[in-house]
Design a protein around this ligand. Structure first.
Ligand code: ADP
Length: 397
């Protein structure tokens, strides 16, 4: 590898670190891996380089140990990170609040602000900050760049970003719609006009990011105008373990009648809801297996998931007025043909027609799955958040 042409991307979660060495110009993933179950007895790291897979099992004490292990894995697989031409380290940070929108060079002050923003994202920003701290210790001479999940949604109109509550309470406590998965929504919404040979400024797109977390966005001419996640990543679509939209009165009801306190409700909303809460499993493939066995709870969970998705598609058709494309992305969106078909079935009058054969045809790359007659193009566009983060960090150097 020649001098300083790669970016190390780090996505540090509460018990995991995803990392990838990326060539931002050649748009290639060079090597990467996942450190899991940090702090648990059954820690694990899986690393991939040149088509080979390396695995190590054993306790990993903390994030610093996890990053050190990842560093060693690079060396063991034959790629010394000190000679890998790293120009910058890109960090995924979930919440930028109103402080950060653009990718930002991390200084001590920036890191302190990311930590302060933990009050808006108590599950996400603390482990993001830990990842930054250990990476800065490990690579003190490299620029570290934070890329914010909320950044793409800075453009939401006030009518979309404002919650209809007491405005003084909202202002005092930062209560507004921030939106998440912004890196993915931005990346996918930029791919769409390229794929369709259209002018970006004249392309209106609905992006459906369906992974473990799930969110929808409405993008007008490259500018985000609406999104389904809110102050936190709990709102909107049904997710693996999160409920998406709820009547907020449910929380008051459970507090009063079931005696649930804030911690109980936090666990209910973040871990015991969504597909997991309704069916017992949060993984979409497992849900499919249960449905195939005739499991009624799994079938209902699937129907709730698809119903919510349709509701959002309908809402965003109305928000945008004219829609040119609907793009599915992330684990479920890229792979689950039944979800794509069921969510958009019967919308021909609204200009949306999925071609069953195109939709079912196996494929991994970006592809159009709508019928020739469909006014709205329907696409599958694989997301690549690591590449987007790497390119954002690359622009600094
Ligand atoms: P995240 O990045 O949010 O952790 P992903 O984008 O990797 O999540 O998506 C994970 C989800 O995608 C899981 O529910 C998984 O079951 C689902 N998924 C992955 N591959 C398939 C597939 N072939 N068919 C259906 N669902 C799939």
């Amino acid at each position: 590898m020649s001098a300083n042409k790669t970016v190390l991307v780090i996505n540090s979660g509460s018990s995991s670190i995803k990392y990838q060495l990326v060539d931002p110009v050649g748009e290639a993933e060079i090597a990467g891996g996942l450190v899991e179950q940090i702090g648990e007895p059954d820690g694990r790291i899986v690393h991939e380089f040149e088509g080979r897979r390396y695995e190590l099992v054993g306790p990993i004490a903390d994030h610093a140990a996890g990053l050190r292990l990842a560093y060693d894995m690079f060396a063991d697989s034959g790629l010394n990170l000190d000679d890998a031409g790293i120009a910058a380290v890109g960090h995924r940070v979930v919440h930028g609040g109103t402080s950060f929108h653009e990718p930002t060079l991390i200084t001590g002050e920036v890191l302190a602000e990311i930590v302060r923003l933990s009050e808006l994202a108590p599950l996400h920003n603390p482990p993001n900050a830990i990842g930054i701290e250990v990476a800065r210790e490990h690579f003190p001479d490299l620029p570290h760049v934070a890329v914010f999940d909320t950044g793409f949604f800075r453009s939401l109109p006030e009518a979309a970003a404002t919650y209809a509550i007491d405005r003084e309470v909202a202002a005092a406590y930062g209560v507004r719609r921030y939106g998440f998965h912004g890196t993915s929504h931005e990346y996918v919404s930029r791919q769409v006009p390229q794929l369709l040979g259209r002018e970006p400024a004249e392309t209106n797109t609905i992006v459906l990011h369906l992974g473990n977390g799930a969110s929808a966005s409405a993008v007008r001419g490259g500018v985000a105008v609406e999104t389904s996640m809110g102050l936190t990543p709990l709102e909107g679509l049904v997710m693996g373990t999160r409920p998406g939209d709820l009547d907020p009165g449910i929380l008051l009801h459970l507090h009063r009648t079931a005696g649930m306190n804030v911690e109980d409700l936090d666990v209910l909303l973040n871990r015991r809801s969504g597909l997991k809460g309704m069916s017992g499993v949060n993984d979409f493939r497992e849900l499919g297996r249960l449905r195939a066995e005739g499991d009624a709870a799994a079938q209902l969970a699937y129907e709730v998931y698809v119903h919510r998705l349709r509701k959002y598609v309908g809402a965003y058709l109305a928000v945008l007025g004219r829609v040119d494309a609907i793009a599915f992305t992330a684990g479920v969106g890229e792979n689950a043909a039944d979800v794509r078909e069921d969510a958009l079935a019967g919308l021909e009058r609204l200009g949306v027609a999925v071609d069953a054969a195109r939709n079912r045809a196996p494929g991994r790359g970006a592809r159009v799955i709508s019928a020739e007659s469909s006014e709205v193009s329907v696409l599958v566009v694989p997301t690549n958040e690591e590449l987007a983060i790497a390119q954002a960090a690359w622009r600094f150097v």
